[in-house]
Design a protein around this ligand. Structure first.
Ligand SMILES: *Cc1c(COP(=O)(O)O)cnc(C)c1O
Length: 224
């Protein structure tokens, strides 16, 4: 009958918020967590929740207040886009042309624009999803993305290698930031555009991500 869980969600959140520079957004990654824990986080002001499974997001949504902002953070299968298209605020894991067209189609069906981040692979691990940099650049050069009228291109997302080696992680975050800047300048209107989100940093590495200019961290185990 302990309230330990409740205390720790709120104290974890307040410790993290105290350490986040202003302008950096916090996505509370609530995948696999019970709704009560999301309610606890909501009660202390958390509004952005990240889920990796569309079904789970869609089933939790009606159980939370309507001002929650739902983010898709994990790999998104094309055939699941329709489940979240009516309400998702941001898809962090846009990693293929096929997925982007499906997001475009489902967004249009719902009369909205869905914001996305281009997920870029910077880690050395072979299993990670995401665009390979040269392929992403050549696809953008082709200009097809300009016809996706219901997709809002807002920035990039990436995950660093799972390693204790901080230098490797920092190198990867630094590289991702460079890619973000280059895409913004070349394709998305530079400072005058809305390509302004650099989503990097998880529970194990977010202080390093902040050092490299992250504007949005995605934290699960550090909160719940
Ligand atoms: C699970 C997940 C996170 C959160 O991971 P933690 O280590 O628990 O903070 C962040 N981003 C993505 C893409 C994830 O899948």
């Amino acid at each position: 009958m302990s309230t330990g869980g409740k205390v720790s969600v709120s104290s974890n959140l307040s410790n993290i918020r105290a350490a986040l520079p202003s302008g950096v957004e916090l996505v509370a990654v609530s995948k696999f967590r019970p709704v009560e824990e999301l309610v606890q986080a909501y009660a202390v002001g958390q509004r952005i929740f990240g889920e990796s499974r569309p079904q789970e997001m869609a089933s939790k949504r009606p159980l939370l207040p309507p001002d929650v902002r739902w983010h898709q953070i994990g790999h998104l299968q094309t055939n699941k886009v329709r489940l979240i298209a009516p309400f998702v605020e941001l898809v962090h894991s846009a990693d293929s042309v096929r997925l982007l067209w499906e997001i475009d189609r489902r967004a249009a069906e719902n009369g909205r624009v869905i914001d996305v981040l281009l997920e870029i692979r910077v880690a050395s691990e072979a299993t990670k999803h995401g665009w390979e940099w040269p392929e992403l650049v050549s696809w953008l050069e082709g200009g097809e993305f300009r016809r996706m009228e219901s997709v809002g291109f807002r920035g990039v997302m990436g995950m660093a290698s799972f390693t204790e080696d901080g230098a490797t992680v920092e190198e990867e975050f630094g590289r991702l930031r460079g890619m973000f800047g280059e895409l913004r300048e070349r394709f998305f209107g530079g400072d005058g555009g809305v390509f302004d989100i650099l989503s990097m940093g998880m529970s194990g590495d977010w202080p390093l991500a902040l050092r490299h200019g992250s504007t949005m961290v995605r934290l699960g185990s550090a909160i719940f």
